[in-house]
Design a protein around this ligand. Structure first.
Ligand code: PRP
Ligand code: URA
Length: 222
């Protein structure tokens, strides 16, 4: 693993792992099976806000003249078209909220994918994205990158719809998912808060945090 910038580690050319004590602390709370949905959602939102800053670190900027109470000055504003956040339903919405806190003017798209728990393949049930996607930076958000099937399929659909400038942001990634996504889409950078050990025999990330959608929305069976 190489350190690409302070607080950032890469295990593959397309992967950036954000290394920050506050993120590690909040993620540990989320991993704990004793943590309920309300706290889980809130910590996810907080980590997402941080990921949103990291994901937009290289956005193009332009100067803007403004008047402060002390007089005129040259400020900075984001250049180009509004970016697009694409949530992979349903757990992606848990990340979307925090990203929208930081990027309130972003356009939002949704790709409805559910992993078939027998085949582990992602099946699409919904697709709706903003217009002019080919001219916009697209941040695809989903908390879990496990086998990589959902992320890879979602990105394929987005590319087929015209997207060319894509990035994938997640909370926890498995090495298997990073490998698959980097192989299928080597042009798409991956940003994650943690790179875990492995997948188990039913495709769950270990140590992971369990089923993200169930934990966000409280649909775990008792
Ligand atoms: C989870 C997760 C990802 C996917 C990751 O969603 O949010 O979308 O699994 O697994 P993969 O990398 O092996 O494809 P799930 O299919 O459980 O649907 P949900 O968001 O509706 O709970
Ligand atoms: N989806 C999840 O929500 N968790 C995993 O560990 C794997 C896929």
């Amino acid at each position: 693993m190489t350190q690409s910038a302070p607080g950032h580690f890469s295990a593959s050319p397309t992967l950036t792992v954000v290394d920050h004590p506050m993120i590690a602390h909040k993620l540990t709370l989320m991993r704990d099976k004793a943590t309920g949905s309300a706290v889980f959602r809130q910590r996810l939102r907080e980590i997402s806000q941080y990921l949103a800053y990291e994901a937009t670190r290289d956005l193009p900027v332009e100067s803007k003249t403004i008047d402060t109470p002390m007089g005129p000055t040259q400020g900075t504003q984001i250049a180009g078209r509004k970016l697009v956040l694409v949530s992979i339903l349903r757990a992606g919405n848990g990340l979307l909220d925090g990203f929208l806190d930081i990027l309130p003017d972003a356009r939002v798209g949704f790709v409805g994918l559910a992993r078939n728990e027998v085949t582990l393949k992602a099946e699409e049930y919904y697709f709706k994205i903003p217009h002019s996607i080919e001219q916009r930076r697209v941040l695809v958000v989903d908390p879990m990158l496990a086998t990589g099937g959902s992320a890879s399929d979602a990105i394929t659909h987005l590319k087929n719809a015209g997207a060319v400038n894509l990035q994938f942001c997640c909370l926890v990634a498995a090495p298997e998912g990073v490998e698959r996504l980097s192989r299928d889409h080597p042009d798409v950078p991956i940003l994650t808060a943690a790179l875990d050990e492995r997948l188990n025999e039913v495709g769950y990330i270990v140590p992971g945090l369990g089923d993200a959608g169930d934990r966000i929305y409280g649909t775990v069976d008792a």
